[in-house]
Design a protein around this ligand. Structure first.
Ligand code: GLP
Length: 259
């Protein structure tokens, strides 16, 4: 695992955007796995800026989002599709036909999930999967005790997740308690993982991902078994890491010898 600790949330997000930006410039048909939530907002802003400055184009990029709420009507302001449109897609030159979000609009949830898996396969798999980390360890909406081999499916959200995401919903809006999410097995098949952890409230989760035991009780810890993971955090999110100084030193060595 490469652990990159930067002084601020902005610098961490810019770092993540640079990795994604370079990748899509270098690869003809890049396939990105994207996350919604608070952690990725500044990264998407930085990508929009790169696009506006003519540094990158998304014309031949395909994206697969990690997850979506079940039960929100298309276009619902709190849907992750709406989030992605307003935070990224509406501001870049992506072809909307190349945007995939795991949605369930009818009751055939199993078919929606299988279809999503087959679309990922048909595109040759995900090159870089961007992730946030839930305070309870979830990646996507793979809640604690999710099978470490799980595939795209519908999950019941924990009370903790519902409460953490409540601030996105207005008082009169019903917040879903079900979500469709890529499975942990699906995420682990991405060729590279880029996990963003921002802010003091993520420090324990970040420490569990990097230094905790691998356990379905803290799903993000499975990333320790992936061959190509970069965890990008600001100094507050890194503050509970036992080997903080080691990661700072290691990254200096990485910059000196490997970049
Ligand atoms: C959310 C979403 C994920 C997100 C993660 C972290 O609930 N299901 O897509 O990556 O949990 O969210 P946030 O970045 O808002 O802390």
């Amino acid at each position: 695992m490469r652990v990159v600790i930067l002084p601020s949330e902005l610098e961490a997000s810019n770092f993540a955007a640079n990795i994604i930006g370079k990748f899509i410039s270098d690869k003809e048909k890049a396939v990105l796995g994207l996350a919604s939530g608070s952690s990725t907002v500044l990264t998407y802003k930085a990508l929009i800026k790169k696009y506006e400055q003519g540094q990158i184009s998304f014309k031949s990029v395909t994206t697969f989002n990690l997850d979506e709420y079940v039960g929100l009507k298309p276009g619902h302001p709190q849907s992750y599709r709406n989030y992605m449109n307003s935070k990224l897609f509406d501001h870049i030159d992506i072809n909307y036909k190349n945007v995939f979000i795991p949605e369930c609009f009818d009751d055939d949830y199993a078919a929606s999930c299988e279809n999503y898996e087959s679309m990922i396969r048909r595109h040759g798999g995900i090159d870089i999967q961007v992730l946030g980390i839930g305070t309870n360890g979830h990646i996507g909406f793979n809640e604690p005790t999710s099978s470490l081999n799980s595939r795209t499916r519908v999950k019941t959200l924990t009370q903790n997740t519902i409460e953490n995401n409540a601030h996105f919903f207005k008082d009169n809006e019903t917040q879903p308690s079900l979500a469709i999410t890529m499975g942990i097995g699906t995420i682990m098949e991405a060729k590279q993982i880029l996990l963003l952890g921002l802010g003091k409230h993520k420090s324990q989760a970040v420490a569990e991902v990097i230094e905790g035991p691998v356990s379905s009780f803290f799903p993000g810890s499975i990333l320790q078994q992936h061959k190509n993971v970069i965890v990008v955090v600001d100094k507050h999110a890194a503050s509970d890491l036992k080997l903080y100084d080691y990661y700072i030193h290691t990254e200096k060595m990485h910059q000196k010898y490997m970049c």
